[in-house]
Design a protein. Structure first.
Length: 272
């Protein structure tokens, strides 16, 4: 992958998600001298990149002088009001702000940075830390096609990317892919507990659950068939899988809809 950028990239906040994105960019060919990081508690790995040209904790004025192409905001949502106002100096047509702060909408970004800010709101998920993330983004009216393409390329460094025009759908995205990894991890817990109830040793039950879920996920990733087809391929009429699905398919779908609805509604509350 070749990053064609007109100016450096700025990463404000290099915790788990910000750090994962930085690792993805570097793995895809971005050089450290193209990156400016603002992170008071930078990890040893990030600090070590300074010797390779990465700029760490420069002042906003110094950063503005370099005319960055993109500023990625990866701080906690509750810190946005304290962090963003000093970055108004970078609000200009040539710089786009990309926020991955949960619950912080485009209107809030415009309120904190100014109405003229070129802003993109994105919702990634934690599998980005292993390069298998799913991110959905929404741009405000000022963002140019070139800026949108740059944001797409940067987000794609850690997984798949989708876009929505209607920002309210970001709350639905949060409910499915943003919170979704926790649902899968809980499925592993439940599957392991079921194994123990059937007499398996806890360690073996958990290993069976983990490997079954991760292996099935890899099949979804590698194969072209739909989830429905893959499910049917495992299910022999009148067999053991069919017996289990007779229970699950009557209960799991409505339960998942209720769970997703609860997550979406909570996302809306947090965004107010």
């Amino acid at each position: 992958m070749t990053f064609e950028i007109d100016g450096p990239l700025v990463l404000v906040g290099a915790g788990k998600m910000g750090g994962a994105l930085l690792s993805g960019w570097l793995a895809k060919g971005l050089t450290p001298d193209q990156v400016i990081v603002r992170e008071p508690s930078a990890s040893p790995e990030i600090a070590a990149l300074v010797a390779k040209g990465l700029s760490l904790n420069a002042t906003v004025a110094e950063i503005a002088a370099r005319k960055p192409a993109l500023v990625l905001i990866a701080v906690k949502p509750q810190a946005m009001a304290d962090v963003l106002p000093e970055w108004k100096l970078l609000v200009q047509p040539g710089t786009v702000f990309l926020s991955i702060a949960a619950g912080t909408g485009l209107a809030r970004l415009e309120e904190l940075l100014g109405a003229d800010v070129h802003a993109i709101r994105a919702m990634p998920n934690t599998p980005a830390s292993v390069g298998r993330g799913m991110t959905v983004a929404c741009a405000n009216r000022h963002v140019t096609p070139a800026q949108k393409a740059l944001a797409d390329q940067l987000l794609a460094a850690v997984g798949e990317v989708g876009w929505v025009e209607n920002e309210t759908l970001i709350d639905a995205v949060t409910a499915i892919s943003g919170s979704g990894p926790a649902y899968v991890f809980h499925l592993v817990e439940c599957l392991a507990a079921a194994g123990e109830a059937l007499g398996l040793e806890p360690e073996l039950a958990m290993k069976l659950a983990r490997e079954t879920v991760s292996g099935s996920g890899e099949m979804l990733h590698q194969f072209d068939e739909s989830a429905s087809v893959l499910r049917a391929n495992v299910t022999s009429p009148g067999g053991t899988t069919a017996a289990a699905l007779d229970v699950l398919m009557g209960e799991l779908a409505p339960l998942m809809r209720r769970a997703a609805l609860a997550a979406r509604d909570r996302a809306r509350e947090l965004g107010k």
